[in-house]
Design a protein around this ligand. Sequence first.
Ligand code: MG
Length: 183
Amino acid sequence: MQDEERSLKLTTDNQQPATLFKGHMPRVGMGYDSHRLVAERPLILGGITVPHAMGLQGHSDADVLLHALIDALLGAAGEGDIGRLFPDTDPRWLGADSADLLLQVRSSIEERGFHLVNADMTVIAQAPRLAPYIPHMRQRIAEIMMTDTENINIKAKTAEGMGPIGNGEGMEAYAIVLIERSG
Ligand code: MG
């Protein structure tokens, strides 16, 4: 192959994907959160109340799963993190319903022309057993995000009794999302 042909071929190969994705460039984001478990707090997780003797401690309702999801969405949109948008020093967010915060974040990414493609989340909790509540969490999050339930995946794991999460001192959550430009 002549140099000129090679250069032409490279240019064509390189430009084709850019043309295909023009205006529809997908973006990925990840989020992580953790909260302590304490007595005399309701356990709010994935936007629903889960019956348990303890609840998560925090300035807001401390919904660790929605906080991870919010951070993933903000990360994908290049909008920073949950602490920047809803600082825990601001009395406005004292006892805040994280479902409302998620709704605000969805509006914010929509204003920038994006919508959620799918979210995959993992929550790590030694107790209670979360599997029975996952369908309701998926439905609730799908409603807030105005997407199909099949686009919201939640996996629950224990920490196999290891470390602070395994000792029941708190819960952790991870979220990965894909967003793309609408239209
Ligand atoms: Mg949090």
